[in-house]
Design a protein around this ligand. Sequence first.
Ligand code: SIN
Length: 311
Amino acid sequence: MPSTVVILGTGGTIAGTAKNAADNVGYTAAQRGIDELVAAVPQLGEAPLELEQVAQLDSKDMDYATWQRLAQRIELHLARPEVVGIVVTHGTDTMEETAWFLQRVLAPAKPVVLTGAMRPSTALQADGPQNLLDAVAVAREPGACGVVVAFGGLVHSAHDVRKVHTYRLDAFSSGDAGPIARIEEGRLRRHRLWPVGSALGLARINFDPGSWPRVEVISGHAASDGFIVDALVGAGVHGIVVAAPGNGSLHRALEPALRRAVTAGVPVWRCSRCAGGSLVGSFDDKLPAAPTASPWQARIDLMLSLLATPG
Ligand code: SIN
């Protein structure tokens, strides 16, 4: 019976340390290795685990080279018959971006479970150990697949997960879709299907990370105009995602600038800056929409689509 779970460490608050155990915010992320984090959870038991430190960073500093290496290591381990699933420890700040990137590139047939913590490993009541234990339970769940986030007792799909709180331990939400499952004492109570999709494949990202397309997110807001759009086009941006208010509406002074960008050969995708919901209705007369994507997911999708375009 295959039963190995590979745990890949990338840093984050889960691996962070503070000088004072009562300090949940004044800490340094990415200080402890994945072996130390696992050693702090003896409840992980005897079942086979393999540990690998892929990176050691605060996820605000996530970069394309790390994404590329992480995707490569995950694909390599998932191809091993004895491996049932992968856990990735990761900072919470950009966890949803890494989750979506991995789902789009790998759409794995085995579970890839991202987890982390809101409090450093030195906290009086650190949340990392329970999250790690839960994530391993998800990675071992028969039938599980796709990239998910296990956090605060919930399992979220890479598509729906958003970080919605700066401080609370239940910092992640799946919005209207709701979580895939709840983790209760190591057992999963599932509410909906595991994520599936078609993988773009590692070949799509097999380029020097320094040469990946530059796609920027801008926002629509009161008194928007074309200043930032024209500046980006002038500076050679390859794509623009506009996080527009409400149902994707565009300020009358912003829209012409975005159309100028399209005319200049820069693709522009529109999505909502709202934390919940998706764009509703028909948008034939407007700029292309990414109706269900967050601005940061849309940025990844546009970048990956541009990576498919030679030259
Ligand atoms: C990070 O994202 O690496 C730091 C913040 C966190 O993990 O909560």
